[in-house]
Ligand binder design. Structure first.
Ligand SMILES: Cc1cc2nc3c(=O)[nH]c(=O)nc-3n(C[C@H](O)[C@H](O)[C@H](O)COP(=O)(O)O)c2cc1C
Length: 348
């Protein structure tokens, strides 16, 4: 293949793609405007540093970590790369503001706020610390995108329902058509969900995206610490195996999660019925019920990623999982994506 040679020599220039990625790359401080979205348990020091060292932008998944654990993870990542990387914080974390302080002290350049609308004061705290960081938020609708930008978000990720993990109801292609023409001239918009090849990256860049975010494509890279069983399950899976969870009780609005179907996905349905029952008996408040659901996912994901229990654990994966066939080093994946994008743009 045309790119096989140069990419083995190291980080290559891809003039057409680089030009379209310029704004995004300048904002991130990386060579390529390709983020590896935070994946709980997967996006830790090894994968994050490998992504940033390969020219992309790695993001630590803080998940349910304590401030102390996050501090260690950032410090260990900094030992493995001198390139910028971000930290993804879940907005409903009870110690969100302490986590923001940890990022500030460590001089983290970019904080990604995920899992809901940023609580009052959080964006200001990130931008107003001793080491002001840039804020990246997720925007599920155009109205909310505009509101987040007005409230100080420096860039947005729009993520379609093809993605792995927690998802919204709209596909990436529709979100991109709705949002990019309205926002991308003035603002930095990164597109995520369902991207498995560089051709798709080229398409979104041409529509005005500043860059892209991928998760599934990097989850089973050679540098990923995910258990061998987790990786094998990914390599065996087809797009149609990555299904969205179903909400069983209208009062318990759980955010759907896309994962490979297994015993664990069935167990999740049972868990919802159980939590709904507890709600019925008014033994817990709605917020607590939703938190229990979230904790269920975090625990189940750990079981699959770390322990390799692919039967009962959660195999969060996007629909692009069908394009993954074998373990590859991050640098190879990155160069392939860029070469595919360049080839697509050159053919136009
Ligand atoms: C295993 C897995 C775990 C994830 N965990 C998180 C997370 O903790 N926080 C978050 O904001 N997004 C999470 N995501 C979403 C990714 O950051 C990313 O946005 C998404 O994977 C992009 O879509 P793709 O999977 O189609 O490439 C996760 C995705 C996967 C596959």
């Amino acid at each position: 293949m045309q790119w096989a040679r140069p990419y083995r020599l190291g980080m290559t220039d891809f003039p057409k793609t680089d030009r379209l990625m310029q704004r995004g790359a300048e904002f991130l401080g990386s060579k390529y405007a390709i983020l590896c979205g935070a994946m709980s348990w997967v996006s830790e020091r090894n994968l994050v540093s490998a992504i940033s060292n390969a020219g992309g932008f790695g993001v630590i998944a803080c998940g349910a970590m304590t401030p102390e654990l996050l501090e260690t993870e950032i410090a260990e990542t900094q030992k493995l790369t001198d390139k910028p990387f971000g930290v993804n914080l879940i907005t409903m974390h009870p110690q969100l503001f302490d986590l923001i302080e940890v990022c500030d002290k460590a001089g983290v350049s970019h904080v990604v706020l995920a899992g809901g609308i940023p609580p009052k004061g959080s964006v200001e705290a990130i931008k107003g610390g001793a080491n002001p960081a840039k804020v990246i938020c997720f925007a599920p609708t155009l109205a909310l995108a505009k509101k987040l930008l007005r409230s100080g978000a420096d860039a947005l990720v729009i993520e379609g329902m093809e993605a792995g993990g927690h998802i919204g109801p709209v596909s990436t292609s529709v979100l991109a058509q709705e949002m990019l023409p309205e926002l991308s001239e003035e603002h930095l918009i990164f597109v995520a969900g369902g991207i498995g090849r560089g051709n798709a990256i080229a398409g979104y860049l041409e529509m005005g995206a500043a860059g892209v975010q991928l998760g599934t494509r990097f989850a089973c890279a050679a540098e990923s610490i995910a258990h061998e069983n987790f990786k094998k399950a990914f390599f065996r899976a087809n797009a149609r195996d990555a299904i969205a969870s179903v909400q069983v009780d209208p009062r318990l609005p759980v955010i759907p999660v896309r994962a490979l179907k297994n015993k664990g996905t069935e167990e999740f349905t049972r868990k919802q019925i159980e939590v709904a029952g507890v709600l019925d008996r008014e033994e817990i408040a709605m917020e607590e019920a939703q938190l229990q659901i979230e904790h269920y996912w975090a625990g189940a994901l750990r079981r699959a990623v770390i322990d390799g229990d692919v039967e009962n654990g959660s195999l969060m994966a996007g629909q692009s999982v069908g394009m993954l066939k074998a373990e590859e080093p991050v640098a190879d994946i990155m160069q392939k994506l860029m070469a595919q994008s360049e080839e697509a743009l050159t053919r136009r």
